[in-house]
Every structure is written in structure tokens, then in C-alpha cells.
Write a protein that binds this ligand. Structure first.
Ligand code: GMT
Length: 375
């Protein structure tokens, strides 16, 4: 098939999933066209069957806000027509689903029908889409998509709850590439970070408020009092400065490292003993899945899709949002008991295998076939 993928090219989860999906489809012989404003972060090398189309927007003094939506719609029309695409798969509803609908309508005037699949990732529904400034357009464009997928059962239910949706939503989960995410020997890293055999706790996110990274520090503050340990904070974002201040106030700076954005996250997960994800909202929790694939148990909140990924008492523990006491108690239960840690590591890996890219990609392919046939 010839597939157009529209996504945000940044480090966010939706862009990562879209890029890995496109690369996986290309490996399976499909022709994949990425259409966005910048080369996606994980699309750095040459890949057979992959083309990147950059959407450029011209500045004009009249535009206080550059009309990206219009440029993207025009680019979609152009690429669909000249590359003879069979399908457009847009990731993150805002603004991609509405823009794809406009491109579809324009193409129809020329006698070309292009089916559009929208994948809902999370904040496009839970935080952003559910805001009056976007809601009517999000609901309309989901209803106008030929196919809709959500990354978890929970996100599917939330979408029906928040909006008046009369389209079917198919759940196709986030996935993991075990060629990349697996436990490898990185003892030299471990020695450098935890020279006295301290436990290593890790958090990875975009440091937005919704991730509640301050809870990570509060949990770590309690754990550290009882078990010699180190904390690695990976990623960057708007809360970073406040977190650095909190870390100083809590006098945890010697034990905590802010590592910023890292390309090879798997190498750091390889030395981790515990992953912490205390999010206030999380449609799936791809970062937790990546940790589990590297045999790292997860302490998380119990919101959204997290209970579908992290199994309480098996791959880690779930707590109410903000209950740092409970999270710390659970973390200590794992970290103090070598046999529980070993067991949870094994369970985390087994659970992650359910989301192997080799199981999930064929679900997308089958869905594409279904939607194209219906169109
Ligand atoms: O907020 C983020 O983590 C980024 C966001 C995105 O759309 O770029 O991630 C969402 O999509 C990921 C991939 O489907 C999911 O694994 C994350 O759980 C989801 N984030 C939230 O729901 C907060």
C-alpha cells in the first residue's frame, strides 16, 4: 500500500508511535510518506520505501499566526495526487483530523477519494480536545474520519464520554520494538551512576504538568531514606526549572541527575531497577512499556490506560494519583526484596511482549485493508 502518515515530528509519544509505525510498515514492503513540518526525530537515516515531505509555511506580516493547517492541507492534496496514495493515517486529532478532512473534500472535487484514518493518542482527547476552543472541530473530524483508532480501551471510552461520537473506534495499542528495547549489559554506566551498588530509579517524560514529575521527587525522597538509591530524570519540558528548584529544596541533588533529552533511552533503562510514572492523565504510557521491555518494574498512578499496561502486584504497582506515600511504600517493597524484584522484572518483560511490534503492526495493516475496501 501507499500510505501517507501525518504526525508531530517532535519527541512526543504520538510522533514516536507514528514514526515507528511508518518505519515498520516500510520494512514490510509498504511505501510510506511522512508529511509534517520537520523531519521526525526517529527518522534520521535513509530508509528504503520511506519519503519525507516537508510542509513549509511562508511568513507574511499579516499573519500573526502562520496558517499551518492551510499549508498542510495543500501539501496533503499534492502528495496524495502525485504519489497516488491509497490512504492517509493521521496521528493526534488536533489539527490533523480536520486538515485531512479538508484535503479529502478538495480531492473529491477532482474525483479522487482518499480514506482517512485518525489515531487518537491521549491529550488530543483528554486535555486539549475536551477544551471548548477545540471540541466541536475534534468531534466533527473524528466523526468524518473513515476509520478511528485509540491507543487504549480507556481512551476509547473517554472519547465516547466526552464527545458525541457515532463512529466505531478500534483499539490498537502502542507497541514495542524488542530489537531496540531489551535489557543489555551496560555495567559501566551502572558503575558510573551508582558506584556503590545503589538502586537506580528512572523517570522519562516531556516534563509537562500532567506528568506530575514533582511526585517522582517526593517518592524518591522517601525511598532514599531507606534504600541507598539514585534517581535519573530523563527528558525536558516546561516544568524542568521548578523541578530543579524542588530538588535543591529537598536536598536530593547529589542523588538525582537531570539528564535532559536522550536518544538512547534504552541504554539507561538497561541499568534501572524501577520506573516511576505518577501521571495525572495517561492514555497508554509508552514510556512505561519501554521500561518494562527492558525488564524494569513500574510504579505508576492508576489513571487512563495505565492499568492496561502495568499490572498491579505483578509488573509493578498502581496507586491513586498524588498518593506518594503509597507509591513510596510500593517502591520500597520491590527494592528491598531481591526475589520480588527478580519476579517483577520477569513479569514486566512477559507483559511487554504482548505489545511486540510484530503483533501490533499486522493489526494496523488489517485495519487499513478494511477501511480501504469500505471506501
Ligand atoms: O503527553 C505525552 O506524553 C505526549 C503524548 C503525545 O500525544 O505526543 O503522548 C500520548 O501518546 C502516547 C502514544 O500514543 C501515549 O503512550 C501517552 O500515554 C499519551 N500521553 C498522555 O495521555 C498524557
Amino acid at each position: 500500500m501507499k500510505i501517507g502518515i501525518v504526525c508531530y515530528p517532535t519527541y512526543g509519544g504520538s510522533g514516536v508511535v507514528a514514526t515507528e509505525l511508518g518505519l515498520g510498515l516500510a520494512r514490510r514492503g509498504h511505501e510510506v510518506h511522512f508529511i509534517t513540518y520537520k523531519r521526525p526525530a526517529r527518522l534520521s537515516a535513509f530508509h528504503e520505501n520511506v519519503v519525507f515531505h516537508e510542509v513549509s509555511t511562508d511568513d507574511y506580516p499579516l499573519f500573526e499566526y502562520t496558517p499551518y493547517d492551510t499549508s498542510l492541507a495543500s501539501k496533503l492534496v499534492d502528495v496524495v495526487k502525485f504519489e497516488r496514495l491509497d490512504l492517509l493515517h493521521v496521528h493526534y486529532a488536533i489539527p490533523h483530523a480536520a486538515v485531512a478532512y479538508m484535503a479529502k473534500k478538495i480531492l473529491l472535487t477532482e474525483g479522487k477519494y482518499i480514506p482517512v484514518i485518525t489515531t487518537l493518542h491521549g491529550t488530543d482527547i483528554t486535555l486539549v480536545g475536551n477544551n471548548n476552543a477545540f471540541a466541536p472541530v475534534v468531534a466533527f473530524s473524528i466523526n468524518k474520519s473513515d476509520g478511528v483508532t485509540a491507543v487504549s480501551e480507556s481512551l476509547k471510552q473517554q472519547t465516547y464520554e466526552y464527545f458525541d461520537i457515532h463512529n466505531d473506534i478500534r483499539v490498537i495499542n502502542n507497541f514495542i520494538d524488542f530489537e531496540r528495547f531489551r535489557k543489555v549489559n551496560k555495567d559501566h554506566f551502572k558503575k558510573a551512576i551508582a558506584p556503590n551498588g545503589e538502586r537506580i530509579l528512572v523517570h522519562v517524560s516531556n516534563f509537562r504538568k500532567v506528568k506530575r514529575v514533582e511526585d517522582v521527587l517526593h517518592v524518591f525522597g522517601k525511598v532514599y531514606k531507606e534504600v541507598p538509591s539514585k534517581l535519573l530524570l530523563i527528558g525536558d519540558g516546561p516544568e524542568r526549572h521548578n523541578l530543579e528548584e524542588l530538588c535543591r529544596k529537598m536536598q536530593l541533588c547529589h542523588e538525582t541527575r537531570f539528564l535532559g533529552k536522550q536518544d538512547a533511552v534504552e541504554e539507561l533503562l538497561a541499568i534501572a531497577d524501577l520506573f516511576i510514572m505518577p501521571s495525572g492523565s495517561e492514555s497508554f504510557g509508552l514510556a512505561a512499556l519501554e521500561a518494562m521491555a527492558c525488564e524494569v518494574p513500574v510504579i505508576s498512578s492508576n489513571v487512563g490506560g495505565l492499568p492496561e499496561v502495568n499490572i498491579h502486584g505483578s509488573t509493578g504497582y498502581l496507586s491513586e494519583v498524588g498518593d506518594v506515600e503509597d507509591m513510596a511504600k510500593n517502591a520500597l517493597a520491590i527494592l528491598k526484596d531481591e526475589s520480588q524484584l527478580r519476579e517483577f522484572r520477569k513479569n514486566a518483560l512477559a507483559q511487554a511482549k504482548r505489545f511486540d511490534i510484530d503483533n501490533i503492526l499486522p493489526q494496523y495493516e488489517a485495519y487499513y485493508e478494511e477501511i480501504v475496501k469500505m471506501a
